[in-house]
Design a protein around this ligand. Structure first.
Ligand SMILES: NC(=O)c1ccc[n+]([C@@H]2O[C@H](COP(=O)([O-])OP(=O)(O)OC[C@H]3O[C@@H](n4cnc5c(N)ncnc54)[C@H](O)[C@@H]3O)[C@@H](O)[C@H]2O)c1
Length: 383
């Protein structure tokens, strides 16, 4: 068998997401795919030595270990970068990565604000030879795939409403110390919308549902938090956001309501991503809260009833997992990297679902900037 080509990755940011990337690469044999293989050859974080050690002890392929990301960019041992760092660093790092001629899988929100996102997109235009994508893993759940396939079939008739959301509960603990994700200067003015928004927008945007207007209801519920050093400090980021938007459906040319919810204070929810699609002829819903359940309803008369299908792990890229087993976040993350690799390989499979493209991150920033304005003025904002 011919040896498969390797794409050598450097990782900037070895925290929550950097390690998830490492784990996905470590079990690449999980995927039944004969394309290019990712290999980790460089790592960079600010100062945490135990995070670096986790990588170096698990990945003998690592050659560059540094606290200065420029070292990764200067290395000829690295073809692509996965960059998972706090939001205020996105613009500078993403631009430098592209200038160094490396492919980029970046993290959301892809710039701390609209101005930063525009700078990144301007740089991308100068490098048509480089692949640039933004992370978003939830469409890769088998249940989300069923929703996507169903939407593409047009079985909904005319869309009435789509709800897409992301709910967390860890901030319900008011004693949880503040971290960078709750600070405006590092996380950004969007607050929970910047952190969670693209996850809710990936499928709607990909279906061509581009908001024409937005009315935003934003809440800052926990206005103070402990700083972990015995003090109570201000916590100014938005905890919860509900955006009511209006979109045209390209399939029918008819307008419908798209509601995007991002909540850090949603009692009882841990990383619950969901999508619900309601049409005149049929409806579907899926939530990671119940990852095996795909719900579908056909409107045939006066009464309607939901049917629950207990689905297996059938994902975009086939895997070794048996058809009766469960799928989880780490599987979705690996599928997402798999889609990035297929794109790099220019070998898009028939069934592929692309990672977020730069233009979609820009739509997101236009929407979230308008949402801030809507909340400030109490008015619906036309995009
Ligand atoms: N896709 C997802 O599901 C998901 C989930 C959580 C976070 N994220 C995104 O991933 C990114 C990182 O979030 P996280 O939760 O992994 O954060 P984290 O705080 O766990 O890790 C951040 C990492 O960045 C490193 N870092 C900070 N400043 C640096 C510098 N100047 N040079 C080099 N490294 C530096 C830190 O050392 C740390 O390793 C953010 O954009 C966040 O929105 C995505």
């Amino acid at each position: 068998m011919a040896e498969r080509k390797k794409i050598r990755f450097g990782i900037i940011g070895l925290g929550l997401m950097g390690k998830e990337f490492g784990s996905a690469v470590a079990r690449w044999c999980h995927l039944l795919d004969d394309g290019v293989i990712p290999e980790i050859t460089g790592i960079c974080n600010e100062k945490n030595l135990s995070d670096r050690e986790w990588f170096t002890s698990n990945f003998p392929t690592i050659e560059v270990v540094t606290s200065d990301y420029h070292d990764l960019l200067a290395s000829d041992k690295i073809d692509a970068i996965y960059c998972a760092v706090p939001h205020h660093l996105h613009a500078q790092m993403y631009i430098d990565i592209l200038r160094a001629g490396k492919h980029l899988l970046g993290e959301k929100p892809f710039g701390i604000d609209l101005a930063a996102n525009v700078l990144i997109l301007e740089e991308i235009e100068k490098h048509p030879d480089l692949l640039v994508r933004c992370s978003s893993e939830f469409p890769y759940f088998p249940g989300a795939k069923r929703v996507i396939d169903w939407i593409k079939s047009g079985a909904y008739g005319q869309l009435m409403e789509v709800r897409s959301g992301f709910h967390h509960a860890s901030d319900m603990d008011l004693n949880k110390p503040i971290n960078w994700k709750r600070m405006i200067d590092i996380n950004g003015e969007y607050g929970c919308m910047g952190d969670l928004g693209l996850h809710t927008q990936h499928i709607p945007f990909r279906m061509g549902w581009k908001p024409k207007s937005v009315y935003a209801d934003l809440q800052n519920i926990a206005t103070t938090r402990p700083d972990g050093k015995g003090n109570i400090v201000a916590c100014e980021t938005w905890d919860n956001a509900v955006l009511t938007t209006r979109c045209d459906d390209p399939k029918t040319g008819k307008e419908f309501t798209l509601v995007l919810e991002t909540k850090r204070m949603a009692p009882g929810q841990t990383n619950t991503w969901f999508i619900e699609v309601y049409g005149t002829l049929g409806s579907v819903k899926f939530s990671t809260h119940d990852p095996k359940a795909f719900y579908i309803l056909e409107t045939t008369g006066k009464e309607q009833g939901w049917t629950r299908f207990d689905i297996g792990p059938k994902s975009f890229i086939p895997t070794i997992t048996g058809g009766i087993f469960e799928f989880g976040f780490s599987d979705a993350f690996q599928q997402m990297i798999g889609a990035f690799m297929q794109d790099l390989d220019s070998k898009e499979a028939k069934d592929a679902f692309r990672n977020l493209i730069p233009e979609e991150t820009h739509w997101s920033h236009l929407l979230l900037t308008a949402a801030l304005q809507s909340h400030k003025t109490g008015q619906k904002v036309i995009l």
